[in-house]
Design a protein around this ligand. Sequence first.
Ligand code: ADP
Length: 397
Amino acid sequence: MNVFVVNCGSSSIKYQLYRATDEAVLAGGLLERIGSNEAELHHDAGGARHDRKVEAPDHTVGLGVILDALVDAEIGVLTCIDEIDAVGHRVVHGGEDIRQSARIDDRILEIIRKNAELAPLHNPANLAGITAAMSALPKTPHVAVFDTAFLATLPPHAYRYAVPRDWYSRYHVRRYGFHGTSHRYVTLRTAELLGLAAEKVNLITVHLGNGCSMTAVAGGKAVDHSMGMTPLEGLVMGTRCGDIDPALIFHLARRAGMSLEELETALNKQSGLLGVSGVSNDMRDCLAAAADGNDDATLAVDIFTYRIARYVGSYFAILPGCDAIVLTGGIGENSPAIRRKICRLLHRLGATLDDKRNEAILGGAEGAITADGADLPVWVVPTNEELMIARDTQAIV
Ligand code: ADP
């Protein structure tokens, strides 16, 4: 069985083609700048990378370009498109309607459309990809894998905000969380690595990419999460502020005369590592500047790691136990410096770092970075959202 995994953004489509029997990736890639006249396809197949300028005015044409590449005589891996047995789609927001992945039918399409109100940048793009793929592959089953689904098990005391209650009933104001597919993948994988049953494992999973989020997992289920109604809440991120006092918005509106739009842009796109460091939203640049003696970059990194430690502390208080802390995402998987700082802050909880292990785990490797017998093991487990989508799709089909 071949499963085609599609992840549509507003101007890009990421894709992977899996052979389900052995989970081998037959091909994968990225089509970017859809809608401009500079669209580019980066296609990996058979160990080689192929970059091409292509015409992709919209997602429908873009998906056609990708399907053509998959059957291309030179760079393709299939003889015909019918060899795709199922398509798995990443969908960001399922709201309160979705608790697990589902085969796409009219009801699911309506749910994705309805929840676009809560994910205005993502759900419409996801929907565009689904529509394009369903018209190109009308006889093939399509499955939606929702980012919010893993977080649907949060109890009300974790997902409700202490605001007037009709904001929840009338305007759907609550914590939904994001990155759920990543948190679910690393939860299952870590349970396997620890030799524990998935429904028994207690973890704190920490996804550190451009966006950053944490999940408290009890008995294999998410019980709390750092992102909120939107991805702005929680940890410090590349350009997002994470937790702030909401009253600073009123202060800035009054004092600096900033509009709602200006404040929204500033908190989403000009804050986080970029805002504090003044250097970059990229952790590598911040670490390099900090090493060169830039105090603002040092502070940005300090706030970033301190916030993580603070969340770990609060999740310790609410979990029945903690088998491990799991670090993933670009920063978690690749930065020994950040991992060292996090372990140092968690030293009192028993996260005794093994320096050699920490330096050695890079570029997709997995393993513990704490010493054998540490009270609080810290693991690095590279995320694989596409594989999670492929597995769900196979299981449902
Ligand atoms: P996205 O959330 O867009 O998928 P990634 O998971 O790829 O992003 O993570 C991007 C982040 O990972 C960036 O802040 C980048 O600086 C960081 N990163 C990647 N490699 C390293 C590294 N070697 N050291 C520190 N940070 C790294």
